[in-house]
Structure formats: C-alpha cells, structure tokens
Design a protein around this ligand. Structure first.
Ligand SMILES: [Zn+2]
Length: 300
C-alpha cells in the first residue's frame, strides 16, 4: 500500500504570480488520481509541535505577521498571504498521519503533495519559499513514535540549508543532500559542512557543477551512508533539477529521475520511505516527474 496526502487547503497560500504557487499541487493531484493510493487526511501541526524544530518566537511571529501588515518573510521570495500560517501548519502537520500509518504497519511508502515547501526553513526563520520545515517536522514526529534514526535524502536542486541547520548537531538524523553548487542559497552546502559536536559525520553534502547530467548525479548517490542504521527514510523531493526547469542548469532526464527514485527506494531496504514535495515549478515537467515517482513507489 502506498499512502498519499493532499488537501485543497494547500492551494490557499501564496499568489499565482509567484513560481511557487497552488498550480503545482493541483497538477500533481491530477496525476495522483490515476494511482490507487491510500489517501490520508491532512492534519494541522500544533504550535507546541512546531517549537520542536523552530524557535518559538519565529512560529509565534508567523502566526500574527499577516495581521500586523507583513507580506513576506525576509524578502519577496517567501510571501505571506492571509492563510499562510494555517497552510504551512497543515503542510508540516500532514506528515503525522503518514508516520502513524507507518507505525501501524499499514504503509511502507508514501508521497506527500504538500506546500509551501520546507527545506530552506531554518530553526530561526523561513526563507526561499519555505515557512516551516516539513521534513524536519516529520523526522521529529517519527522519533516521537519510536522511529529512532532517520535518514533524510534531499535531491532538490537547491541545498536544504534549513534541514541541515536544524539537525547539524544531531546524530539521530542523517542529512544527505545533492544540489547545484552555484545556486540558492549560495552560502551553504559545501562538502566540508559535515555536522558539529555529536552531529559530526551525520551531514553529507554532495554539490555538483553546472549542467549536471544523469550519470554525474547518480554517481553521487554511491556516497549514501550504508553504515547508518536508519528506521525511516524521508526524501526532500525537489523536482527543480529536471532539464525542463529554468531555475537551474541541471539536465536531469525522466529516465535519470526514475533511476534516482529506484536507487533511493532500493537503499531504504524495506524501511518506511516518504517523499515530500519541495521544489519543481515547470508544471508539465512536474506532472511527468510525479508520474515517474508514483510508478516507482508502486513497484514491489
Ligand atoms: Zn529547490
């Protein structure tokens, strides 16, 4: 059984003139209709739960920011509209029913068609289209349900600086990222950022140069930590690495993406694996990318 989360609530944040808009999840949801998913209901994250991954002051500020006249976080990359706090709370919180289904043994795999995305949201602030860090929220919630060690694999074309930040001193969550070197957020994501203190050795960045092809990307995944004894795999699935996308120079084909998804599922060794939507902005490419991902999720 493969789980799936989507709700129209995810269309309520943002504006259509921004590339990170509601049409992304609507497009993916049309593709999902052709697959026999076990559909799970969206669920809100409570503030007390968000405090486990974000500074209390930041979470509380997001809740009241729109009413106080703020229309973005840090800069116009990350817009705040009337329902942004609620939608971001649902994006993070909708990871809970997936973990619960994993814990009950109902599911082994899932796709979360959620937005706003999360991997750029650091402990103290959102940024880069991200408000709350959904994958970090899911990792902490999974730990509260007895999944002690979590491997996060991030194939979005951008470095997940937020996820790295939240778990940098943590040896219970391993963060692995491949991303384009000369791209947002620019000042994080180098190979020498390996974690700190107890987290040293539990953060692995594998940046690539411009015009990355399938072969180059897939080779980087040979560096996944085979010694890390994880209980769950969470994937920051950013489809902005595809050839059709304008936000990077990466040249990944659908065949390459399929091989990547296969490799990740194979690496999960039968442990629960969840794909969380991060980037991906060209709608036709996004639809095909989702289809490839779903096809692989449904294979034995
Ligand atoms: Zn991205």
């Amino acid at each position: 059984m493969v789980g799936y989360v989507y709700d129209d609530i995810f269309t309520l944040h943002g504006v259509d003139s921004h590339i990170e808009n509601r049409h992304r999840v609507l497009t993916i949801n049309e593709v999902a209709k052709n697959f026999p998913f076990l559909r799970l209901n969206a669920l809100k994250a409570e503030k007390e739960e968000l405090y486990k991954i974000h500074q209390r002051e930041y979470v509380d500020w997001v809740e009241r920011a729109y009413d106080e006249g703020y229309r973005f976080i840090l800069n116009e990359d990350t817009v705040l509209t009337k329902d942004s706090f609620k939608v971001a709370s649902y994006a993070a919180g909708s990871t809970k029913p997936v973990v619960d289904a994993f814990a009950k043994g109902i599911l082994k795999r899932a796709f979360l068609n959620i937005r706003p995305p999360g991997h750029h949201a650091e402990f103290k602030t959102g940024q880069g289209f991200c408000i709350f860090n959904n994958v970090a929220f899911m990792a902490r919630y999974a730990q509260s349900r007895g999944f002690e060690k979590i491997l996060i694999i991030d194939f979005d074309v951008h470095h997940g600086n937020g996820t790295q930040d939240i778990f940098y001193r943590d040896n219970t969550v391993f963060y692995f990222s491949t991303h384009e070197r000369n791209n947002y957020p620019y000042f994080t994501g180098s190979e020498d950022e390996i974690g700190e203190g107890p987290g040293e050795g539990y953060n692995l960045n594998r940046p690539y140069g411009d015009y990355c092809d399938d072969e180059t990307l897939l080779r980087l995944y040979d560096d996944l930590p085979d010694w890390f004894d994880f209980d769950m795999v969470l994937v920051s699935a950013g489809y902005d690495l595809m050839r059709e996308e304008f936000i990077s120079t990466a040249q990944i084909t659908f065949e390459g993406l399929r091989s990547l998804i296969k490799k990740i599922i194979g690496f999960s060794k039968g442990k629960p694996v969840a794909f969380l939507l991060e980037g991906g902005y060209e709608l036709s490419s996004l639809a095909k990318s989702a289809e490839v991902t779903f096809e692989e999720l449904f294979k034995e």
